[in-house]
Design a protein around this ligand. Sequence first.
Ligand code: ATP
Length: 204
Amino acid sequence: MLSVRGLRRLHLAASFDLVSGECVALRGPSGAGKTQLLRALADLDPNEGAVLLEGTASEAIPAPLWRGRVVYLAAEPGWWADTVGEHFPSWSSAAALAERLGLPAACGVWPIQQLSTGERLRLALVRALVSVPPPGPRVLLLDEPTAGLDEVAKAAAEALIAERRAATGMGVLWVTHDATQAGRVARRWLLVRNGLLEESPAPP
Ligand SMILES: Nc1ncnc2c1ncn2[C@@H]1O[C@H](COP(=O)(O)OP(=O)(O)OP(=O)(O)O)[C@@H](O)[C@H]1O
């Protein structure tokens, strides 16, 4: 579904495919270029090479439309309004997912400024899933989405993403520094080594 051919962003070169419903874990040392790769895939930064979604090149699709299909969830998500609910097209559809992640449905009225890091991460994941009309993102690019979450919240987030993949065929590219998590969430693993993306036979 997502084909990446000779993508070059700064010092990283990448070619790989992601099939429908698949989750691929991406690992590599700090500064290797993982975030830059995700941002290039979401057409947030300039790059060389080709990225195709279901056969259509990113250049052929206006960037805002592409970003609704290939959705990037940043490690430090941005917030622009005062309260949680204002960041969602409809809080009622988001509340059930927030509850799945251990937050009260009433957190829609919470001020953003008071959120903990873990609350921000979980709400940003909900936002990534519900801000695109059904069936939602075709590809989800996750940049350490559970970093710092407790084990219960981490398991809930992993389960929610797996469920969405199974239900909608959403493909996931998941950056994590946690080898155990890479083994849990994915059956294919990519590793950044010497500026190249390599397939790894086991969770690296
Ligand atoms: N706009 C930019 N122009 C030039 N270099 C940049 C730019 N943004 C980031 N970099 C550099 O590119 C390199 C890769 O950064 P990136 O954030 O992609 O690393 P990462 O693999 O995600 O690291 P981490 O695991 O620590 O999050 C870093 O050395 C960073 O300083």
